[in-house]
Design a protein. Structure first.
Lengths: 1016, 413
């Protein structure tokens, strides 16, 4: 017990140690300079505190410039720490309970007692610090670890790789010395190395734990991470990921840290797995395929522990949920099993390796049962893992010191670090393992099933995946999908049991009838619902975490959060929502049974996993992406697929219209955004999921052409192949900004668009309606990449309409498009619009250079044009301030020049009156002002103005008064402007119709009338 | 071209390699410069290009010796660039050159001292010129010219290397000037701002410590920027600095400076001597100056119209156009003088009709309202002191200095 307790503590300590070490290192500057900034970051403070507790001494030692050194030192230190930890543990309480509490604390639960020294507060601080100043502290580390990051990037194929890689590497460095070392040591191996390291680490550390780790990982990857609590964090991370790609990496690292590195590593595998489930087919296959022994145990676990809904979800949609569940369950299983099945664990680890390998693309073989996958990646690794694994077993038995384990694992993972590893393992690894096993046992009670399924994933034939995809493609909605998934799961499990998975020709296998969704739903929901109240915590947390930086949630909030989650997430994953519920149910069970318990195992795993963290970010990212995408394709080459998928997704997402925008955006937001875009892209097609899948498949095909996916330039993508051909026959269509790929069924072909344009031109309705219609026409033109006379006509129509209504924003959009279209040689009224452009530049932008260049661009022929001439004359009048000329031109303006000038009239009048007040003495007749400043419709003779002009006169005096002029009647009763008195009182009143956003077309009244008509 | 034997080609290439590595090792900038200066068209480089075209496997030669191979990243693309340069394939040449330049800057970064600054200057110059030529080639084949932009971003990188502290900072202004040239050519002058800020806000390095020629160029370009902004006092100051410090023997440069300085000076009421316009071939301004002297609006408009394209391109059109008000002022002043000669007591009352008549005589068809407006503006802008009486349509001039001179101050806007 003590040992066990010690182990969790050790793990915890290890985490802090790792972090601390790095920080310390930074402080000491022994490490590379790059680290220093990170250490200085906000994170440093919390960590430092930890470090003080655990290992002040260590830090000094650790200051090694190279990481390898650190490892060596660390183990030793850790031993010391372990001792400390052990004591602390003893103080705290029994194994499981203490662990759980620690874990909670770790996850940021306030409950957590701080037996470990770093307590929840530390993590919270870390989190908070992390979010705010993540950039500062992390970026540098990234630079330092670029090696690891780089290899990783290709795998993920994220556009954001730069940032992403950074965080990944960073996390590894931060939390897992071992991981970091491996990365540093073997930059060439890159991702594969990491994965191998992970395997090794797991393997060595926990033969028994591996599964738990895996589970944790899955959970982490799926939700966030470490155990139930971690899940919440993971969710947050996912959110972060989406929202702030840059930060995401960091967040992940954080998560990994808190949950323990184990989760991270597991997360990697789980991530890979997860995508599959999301997609549907891939996941189930993976589950079935794993090693027989392994699978059997897992399957049993899964069956018992997992909710009925969970299982189907796991196979089909609920990759996330299932994973998560699996994770938790797996933890439990591990705990139970570890002692019994040490050997099996190695096997399991192997399977994991396979998964990873598959994911890595580099190793398509995937489902090899034993080490081979790991070996494939770096041959050197195999021996160490082997050694380590036995050691681990021993350790378990001995249960000596936990802290060493993580590092040892890392060492193992590192080919170079073998010797070190051995040493470390010999010293302390064993005890750590034991401790891990204990917490797990607590959890075991709940269920192992999910983990099994997860493990299995990756072992299925590709054709099966295709089969699943086909089956799912028929589903019209989520309920059908889940039902379908359940059936699929059955089929696959059966096939797997009787060993026909690989024999059957899935390509020709007839697709089963769609199950009755109602029944399925009931099945799915009943179990989860029953458990929901209790368990919602974890799910809710997850959801919340996504949106909130801190994972903390109150129980009462959980329900609401859960619902929120579904809503929020619904955007990108319908299937996920459903899955989540079941998951949450599962989670809740697990959590309910062992929120505390879970946590401890995670802790342990976390400690061990330090090695893993590197992987984790990736994994998390992967999982996240896959989850979002609901990517069904999860096979041996899952990694490839993912990358390909991303690129493909990007390609798809990039409708020609949004090509550039998307490209930029995806760059900005990292891969996550790319995924999202993909998802969105598919989303519109949700009406027909089949369509969606077809699309995706094509996207995948395209993307596969580019081995390096994200790194490939977007220009290389054949846009023609992706251009939509509209089929919609509706003439009227509301504009909706596309957030995803367009659906051909809602896009109108050219002939319909022509009718639509005509309809708009003849419409009696208001500008808002017309603008909306024209925008939708423009959108349809753009997505179909139609650029011809019709396009020009549409833009010209819209531009004129916008001018007429003073909508400069819309006008500018049209004008810039028209400029391009004209230069492409498409005929149009380009002279008319050249004049508009002139006026616009003169009157509404004060850019002299732009004015010059637009003037110099005018051809002689253009200068002969009436409209252009007029525009140039207006320019002259404006630059010289000649208001008389301006208003004469105003009255003789051709086309819509008047409308553009309208927008400048107010300014011009004010300037004029200011000028008059300054230069005229003593008075100026208002009638003259009205005439000169265009208030009267016709230029009257000097003497008289008839009735018609009296209106203008009235208007003029109103205007003058409104602008602070002082008017006095003269002897004959005619109103005069008192120039001297006015010269100091003139002012420009605030425009009455001004709107804060500057767009009067969005005036509140209008908005309210529009929204009020719609049922709430 | 005379027949070139393989051995000769080999010898020439090896010769180049030797000279390159010797120059680097002995930190001999002047010879290194020659090795990089494509546009000098030195016979040595031309013969080397021929040799390279004959002897295709220069790579092997470079790799042969550590002495050369450490510069392989620089020399290999440089050779490729030279080959393409010689065969007139400028786009290819540019691409290779940029690669080479990138490798060079990498090396340069590692060199402690700034000994190779001169070579870097050559590189910066060559890459710009090459990019311009490559763009011309691209444009002629209907492709979008983008090489100059690429050269701009390369030079920005160079600027980053130089702009820090230390001896290398002295080279920052040269690169800045090259960047200006690129930005002005591309019409992306807004990009200048960041560079200017970096130069002008740096306290650690006094502007006067930069080389004179760079200072002159820098002041010329920043002065032009001020012309765009119509910030005439600043433009005057910068362009005058440039004019005072530039090489008095270099007429072309003086002319370039005067091209902007003259409109600026005109705007603040300072007229040049005709002899200067003639000497530096700036006769396009002579009519404008004449119009200002005479108050001849027609002449001004005519001059603007005659040289419209030219003025638009150089960016002084709007500046010159604004001189119109000064011409009106001059015209009014002339009328005033004539009136004063006739009847000094009523000279300060100027009837609007008279002005209209004068303008009509100049064939400027403007009605009373318009002229009234002009007069109002003149008063408003303080070009004329006095007021306008609308009822009697008379400009009442101040008895004291009714037509104040600008004296170096810009017209009130």
């Amino acid at each position: 017990m003590m040992n066990q307790g010690g182990n969790p503590q050790n793990l915890a300590s290890v985490d802090p140690n790792v972090v601390e070490n790095r920080y310390i290192i930074d402080a000491s500057q022994s490490q590379t300079s790059s680290y220093l900034p990170s250490t200085t970051g906000s994170g440093a403070v919390p960590w430092n505190t930890h470090g003080v507790d655990n290992r002040s001494a260590e830090n000094g030692n650790i200051s090694n410039s190279t990481y390898y050194h650190e490892q060596h030192n660390e183990p030793l230190i850790r031993n010391v720490q372990d001792g400390q930890n052990a004591t602390s543990l003893a103080n705290s309480s029994s194994l499981g309970a203490t662990n759980a509490s620690d874990y909670n604390g770790y996850t940021s639960y306030p409950n957590a007692s701080d037996p470990y020294g770093y307590g929840s507060t530390g993590y919270q601080g870390y989190y908070s610090s992390y979010q705010q100043p993540p950039n500062h502290s992390y970026p540098q580390p990234v630079g330092a670890y670029q090696n690891t990051g780089a290899p990783y990037q290709p795998n993920s194929s994220f556009q954001n790789t730069g940032s992403y890689a950074g965080p990944a590497s960073y996390s590894s460095t931060y939390y897992n010395h071992s991981d970091y070392q491996t990365a540093g040591g073997y930059p060439s191996s890159g991702y594969s190395n990491q994965t191998t390291t992970w395997n090794e680490g797991n393997y060595t550390n926990y033969t028994s734990h591996q599964y738990p780790n895996y589970a944790a990982d899955t959970s982490a990857s799926y939700s966030s991470g470490p155990s139930g609590t971690s899940a919440a964090t993971s969710v947050q991370y996912q959110q972060h990921y989406k929202q702030w790609a840059d930060y995401y990496g960091q967040n992940q690292t954080e998560v990994s840290c808190a949950p323990g590195t184990e989760n991270l590593s597991v997360a990697n595998t789980s991530n890979q797995v997860c995508p599959v489930p999301g997609v549907t087919s891939g996941y189930p296959t993976a589950n079935s395929q794993p090693l027989p022994t392994y699978t059997s145990t897992w399957q049993q676990d899964s069956s018992s522990s997992q909710m009925p809904s969970v299982q189907p979800t796991a196979t089909v949609n609920g990759s996330h949920d299932s994973y998560w569940n699996h994770g938790a369950q797996s933890f439990q299983n591990h705990h139970v099993i570890p002692v019994q099945q040490n050997f099996q664990k190695p096997l399991d680890s192997n399977t994991y390796d396979n998964f990873q390998d598959q994911n890595k693309v580099a190793c398509p073989q995937g489902p090899k049962s034993l080490y081979p996958p790991a070996q494939q990646i770096p041959p050197s690794y195999q021996p160490p893992p082997m050694q380590t694994s036995p050691l681990l077993d021993n350790r378990r038995v001995s249960k000596v010191q936990i802290p060493t384990n993580p590092r040892i694992a890392s060492n193992l993972s590192l080919g170079l670090a073998k010797a070190e590893k051995d040493n470390s393992t010999a010293v302390a690894a064993k005890p750590a393992y034991i401790s891990v096993a204990l917490p797990k046992t607590n959890e075991q009670v709940i269920s192992h099933d999910t983990a099994d399924s997860v493990l299995k994933s990756g072992m299925f034939p590709k054709s099966l995946r295709g089969y699943v995809e086909r089956a799912l493609a028929r589903c019209k909605d989520d309920t059908e999908k889940t039902a379908c998934q359940a059936v699929l799961k059955e089929i696959i499990t059966k096939a797997n049991d009787d060993g026909t998975v690989w024999k059957r020709d899935w390509d020709t296998e007839p697709v089963f009838l769609l199950p009755n969704t109602d029944l399925v739903n009931k099945d799915l929901q009943s179990t989860p619902l029953s458990s929901l109240p209790k368990y919602k915590r974890s799910p809710s947390r997850r959801t919340k975490s996504r949106w909130e930086p801190l994972p903390e949630e109150k129980l009462t909030d959980k329900l609401a959060s859960a619902s929120n989650n579904t809503v929020k997430f619904s955007g990108w994953m319908h299937s996920n929502e459903k899955d989540r519920k079941p998951i949450s149910g599962n989670m809740s069970k697990e959590n309910g049974l062992s929120n505390v318990k879970f946590n401890p195992p995670e802790h342990k795993s976390g400690g061990k996993n330090f090695q893993l963290p590197i992987k984790r970010p990736r994994l998390a990212a992967n999982t996240f992406n896959t989850a979002e995408n609901g990517d069904a394709s999860s096979d041996s080459d899952k990694e490839q697929n993912i990358t390909a998928y991303y690129s493909g997704a990007i390609a798809l997402a990039n409708t020609p219209e949004e090509k550039m925008r998307r490209e930029n955006r995806s760059k900005r937001f990292e891969k996550a955004s790319g995924n999202r875009a993909d998802f969105n892209h598919f989303k519109p097609k949700n009406a027909g999921i089949g369509n969606l899948y077809v699309r995706r498949a094509s996207a995948l095909l395209i993307s596969k052409n580019f081995e390096d996916g994200g790194s490939r330039a977007v220009e290389d993508i054949d846009w023609d192949a992706l251009t939509v051909k509209g089929t919609c026959q509706e003439i009227e269509k509301r504009y909706l900004r596309l957030t995803s790929a367009p659906d051909p069924s809602t896009v109108r072909p050219e002939e319909v668009l022509e009718k639509a344009l005509l309809m708009v031109q003849n419409s009696e309705k208001n500008y808002l309606y017309k603008c909306d219609q024209l925008k939708s026409i423009r959108q349809d033109l753009t997505v179909q990449r139609i650029r011809n006379h019709l396009t020009v006509k549409v833009y010209e129509t819209h531009a004129r309409l916008a001018i007429e209504n003073g909508d400069l924003f819309e006008y500018n959009q049209c004008q810039s498009q028209l400029k391009i279209l004209y230069t492409e040689g498409i005929e149009g009224c380009h002279l008319e619009f050249a004049a508009y452009n002139q006026l616009c530049v003169i009157l509404h932008s004060n850019n002299k250079r732009e004015l010059l260049s637009s003037m110099s661009r005018l051809s002689n022929k253009a200068k002969e044009d009436k409209a252009v001439k007029h525009a140039l004359a207006v320019r002259a009048a404006v630059t010289s301030g000649n208001y008389v000329l301006f208003f004469r031109l105003y009255k003789t303006a051709p086309n819509l020049n008047t409308c553009l000038m309208d927008l400048y009239v107010e300014k011009m009048r004010f300037k004029a009156v200011t000028c008059m007040a300054r230069s005229y003495r003593p008075t100026v007749p208002v009638s003259y002002i009205a005439q000169v400043l265009g208030f009267t419709s016709v230029t009257p003779t000097i003497e008289g103005y008839d009735e018609k002009d009296s209106d203008g006169l009235e208007e003029c005096s109103e205007w003058l008064k409104a602008h602070g002029a002082s008017l006095v009647p003269d002897n004959s009763g005619e109103m005069q402007l008192d120039a001297k008195a006015s010269s100091s009182t003139l002012f420009m009143p605030e425009p009455e119709d001004a709107v804060s956003h500057g767009d009067t077309s969005l005036a509140v009244n209008d908005f309210l009338t529009r929204t009020s008509t719609q049922p709430s | 071209m005379a027949y070139l034997s393989m051995g000769e080609a080999h010898r020439r290439i090896t010769d180049y390699l030797n000279r390159f590595s010797d120059a680097v090792f002995s930190q001999d900038v002047s010879s290194l410069k020659q090795l990089l200066s494509f546009s000098s068209n030195s016979p040595f480089l031309i013969s080397l290009a021929d040799a390279l075209n004959l002897f295709q496997d220069a790579n092997r030669l470079i790799k042969q010796s550590d002495k050369y191979s450490q510069f392989g990243d620089i020399i290999l693309p440089l050779f490729r660039s030279l080959q393409n340069y010689r065969t007139g394939n400028l786009v290819e040449s540019y691409q290779a050159f940029e690669k080479s330049a990138n490798a060079f800057i990498q090396e340069f970064r590692n060199w402690e001292s700034a000994w190779a600054l001169e070579a870097l200057y050559v590189l910066a110059y060559e890459i710009r010129v090459l990019a311009e030529r490559a763009d011309r080639e691209l444009a002629s084949t209907g492709k979008s010219p983008e090489k100059l932009k690429a050269a701009g971003s390369y030079l920005m990188k160079v600027f980053g290397v130089l702009a820090g502290k230390g001896a290398k900072r002295v080279g920052a202004l040269y690169v800045t000037c090259q960047l200006f040239k690129i930005y002005f050519k591309l019409g992306t002058v807004h990009l200048c701002r960041s560079v200017i800020r970096s130069i002008e806000t740096a306290r650690i390095f006094d502007f006067e410590e930069f080389p004179k020629r760079d200072k002159v160029t820098y002041m010329y370009y920043t002065g032009r920027l001020e012309v765009f902004n119509e910030n005439f006092p600043a433009a005057d100051q910068k362009l005058s600095y440039s004019l005072m410090h530039c090489n008095p023997q270099n007429g072309a440069n003086i002319r370039m400076i005067l091209k902007y300085l003259i409109p600026v000076k005109l705007s603040i009421g300072i007229l040049p001597k005709d002899s200067i316009l003639v000497k530096f071939d700036l006769v396009e301004y002579s009519n404008i100056v004449q119009a200002l002297r005479r108050g001849d609006l027609r002449l001004l408009r005519q001059a603007l119209q005659d040289h419209e394209d030219q003025f638009l391109r150089s960016g002084v059109y709007l500046v010159l156009e604004k001189l119109e008000l000064q011409v009106y002022q001059r015209l009014l002043k002339k009328i005033y003088i004539i009136q004063k000669q006739k009847d000094p007591s009523k000279a300060h009352q100027m009837k609007l009709e008279v002005i209209v008549k004068a303008l009509k005589w100049l064939e400027m068809d403007m009605d009373v309202d318009e002229v009234e407006c002009i007069v109002a503006i003149l008063i408003y802008k303080n070009l004329v002191k006095g007021y306008f009486a609308h009822k009697s349509k008379v400009v009442v001039l101040s008895k004291q200095d009714p037509f104040p001179k600008l004296n170096g101050k810009p017209v009130n806007s």
